[in-house]
Write a protein that binds this ligand. Structure first.
Ligand code: ATP
Length: 301
């Protein structure tokens, strides 16, 4: 028996001549926080819609805890926050959540604490038409979380949110994953995803071109680590010479080294003793890794 929450196997979808999703396969385990990345038009939303049963794939198979997409058992365990969330403007936040709770067969009283979780309890009696974009997005998130879903699909959940609201969204994502739900979110905000997801999927022109933890993708990409060494006053030339070169910048020396050479480089730097004041080690960012895999995929097509 499989422990997968979501299994996507060989899924393809074509719109006329355009292959929006091209032979995509992956499986997600319970409790994983997974980011789905890709350029505009890479196929992320189409894949979400297929998983949700809104669109039928041309080829391949999908299973959500053993059920087919769009089936009643799959719908009961799946939550979705679309990219552009819209609610009737004349209803209050509380009325919206109560409406969706009933739609999902829940008692409104069970769902209303979610308003507090997303920081909307003070505005719960206000009409949604008076909400800011970020408030509507947070109401959308509360709506998506009604009934403790097992699979949560979030399409660009932090777009248009201020930094505090983004933080709230990621805290909630962490909480629901801790409770065993699988979270798959698409996003273009790479920097904020780095420490907040367990695994990265990258799509390019409909194909899945990377699927692993960020640390593993860094290894696969073979991108260099950047070392920045802050020197004692007047020691920058000597430090650069001892390190065999590097870019000098006032009182710092910068150079790149391979992932495998990191410890060797750190040992050499520590041997410089009091000439060194501080050191920054920059591993390749998700931005760098994303660019690497996307560029490679573009070259191959
Ligand atoms: N209903 C449709 N009819 C025709 N083409 C479509 C349809 N839906 C999507 N497409 C095309 O399929 C491709 C993938 O679109 P999709 O919306 O899945 O991309 P995306 O990765 O979600 O992009 P974005 O980051 O811009 O939201 C695009 O070329 C898009 O134009």
């Amino acid at each position: 028996m499989t422990s997968n929450c979501l299994s996507v196997q060989g899924v393809s979808k074509r719109f006329s001549a355009q292959k929006a999703v091209d032979d995509v396969s992956f499986s997600l385990e319970p409790g994983e926080r997974v980011a789905l990345l890709g350029h505009n038009g890479a196929g992320k939303t189409t894949l979400f819609k297929i998983v949700l049963g809104f669109l039928r794939s041309d080829e391949g198979a999908i299973s959500i805890l053993g059920s087919g997409p769009g089936s009643a058992p799959a719908r009961n365990v799946t939550a979705y926050l679309p990219e552009a969330v819209a609610f009737p403007p004349s209803l209050t936040g509380r009325e919206v959540l109560s409406f969706y709770a009933r739609l999902k067969g829940q008692r409104p009283a069970q769902a209303l604490p979610l308003l507090d979780k997303v920081g909307l309890s003070d505005a719960s009696g206000r009409r949604v038409g008076t909400y800011s974009k970020g408030m509507r997005q947070r109401l959308g998130l509360a709506q998506a979380l009604i009934g403790k879903p097992r699979l949560v699909l979030l399409d660009e959940p932090t777009t248009g949110l201020d930094p505090i609201s983004r933080q709230t969204v990621y805290e909630l994502i962490g909480e629901i994953a801790d409770q065993g739900a699988t979270v798959l979110l698409s996003s273009h905000a790479l920097t904020e995803l780095e420490a907040r997801t367990d695994r990265i999927l990258i799509m390019s022109k409909g194909r899945l071109v990377a699927d692993d933890a960020l640390s593993k993708l860094r290894e696969q990409a073979g991108l260099p680590i950047r070392m920045k060494i802050w020197t004692k006053p007047g020691a920058v030339q000597e430090v650069a010479a001892q390190l065999g070169g590097g870019r000098m910048n006032g009182r710092s020396v910068e150079f790149d080294c391979g992932l495998d050479d990191k410890i060797k480089a750190l040992t050499t730097i520590s041997a410089l003793g009091s000439l060194v004041e501080d050191i920054d080690v920059h591993a390749p960012s998700l931005d760098d890794v994303y660019r690497h895999f996307s560029k490679n995929a573009q070259k191959e097509t």
